[in-house]
Design a protein around this ligand. Structure first.
Ligand code: BTN
Length: 250
């Protein structure tokens, strides 16, 4: 189907011309669908970003959500965000770009955001029932399509390359790479993927400000914790694990 080279991902593909949000749709079918179901829309009317922000999703982009059912505890769910980032990085490299990962969920090219990842889950007690891994990749459209507030900090693949990219081919590559990393994730210790993530990241080693709903803390990003959090060396010398939050380079 769709010429995919995958065994798990994309056995069931739900394609829409328009959806409010692929993550929202995926969550409504997740319980009753097989692992690897892919939801993809040409346009999202109410695409969602992290922290309740809108995610502007015009024609030409890749707005995609994947239902995963790994046997993990909910505390480890954010590892999947890192896994998704690794797959996007490989697909971007294969079309000649030089991407970097910004903790927790951004993929940047030339310091500008080209992809955002929104991982959502449902858990029973603390076992994950399903994860919806939502990825928004700015592919074939001009940055001008984006609202002014985010235009300067964002970019698109076609703007970076100066040409359009075959969208189906890109999605095939993304699902292929994601499957490789996902199988690795399920069968091998997470440390290797963590190291890989750090290798592709421009966050580690930087001075950052972390903003959470309850606090703001400055320090140096020194690593990734086993559950996918950021290890922050604070200005007073102590180290803190940040499980989620907004990361600003300072
Ligand atoms: C972020 O950087 O804030 C995360 C953006 C995630 C956007 C994707 S697009 C496909 C999926 N459906 C959504 O509504 N959001 C995610």
């Amino acid at each position: 189907q769709a010429g995919l080279e995958t065994d798990i991902l994309g056995k069931d593909i739900r394609h829409f011309m328009e959806l409010e949000s692929t993550n929202d749709y995926a969550k409504t079918i997740a319980k009753d669908t097989t692992e690897g179901t892919v939801v993809v829309a040409e346009v999202q009317k109410k695409g969602r970003g992290r922290r309740g922000f809108d995610w502007v999703s015009p024609h030409g982009g890749v707005w995609i959500s994947i239902v995963l059912k790994p046997s993990i505890v909910s505390a480890d769910a954010s590892r999947l965000t890192l896994v998704g980032g690794l797959a996007v990085v490989d697909s971007l490299k294969s079309i000649g770009l030089t991407p970097s990962l910004k903790w927790p969920n951004d993929v940047l090219v030339n310091g500008k955001k080209i992809c955002g990842i929104l991982t959502e889950m449902e858990a029973e007690i603390d076992r994950v029932e399903y994860i919806v891994l939502g990825m928004g990749i700015n592919l074939n459209f001009n940055t001008e399509m984006l609202p002014e507030e985010i235009r300067d900090g964002s970019t698109t693949i076609s703007d970076e390359l100066g040409t359009y990219v075959d969208r189906l081919e890109f999605v095939r590559s993304l699902l292929y790479n994601l499957e490789q990393y996902y199988v690795h994730f399920k069968t091998q210790p997470f440390e290797e993927l963590m190291e890989r993530w750090i290798d592709s990241s421009d966050t580690i080693g930087r001075k950052v400000r972390i903003v959470t709903p309850s606090k703001m803390v400055d320090g140096r990003a020194i690593g990734i914790s086993p559950s996918g959090g950021l290890l922050l060396q604070k200005n007073n010398g102590s180290t803190e694990e940040i499980l989620s939050g907004r990361c600003i380079y300072i």
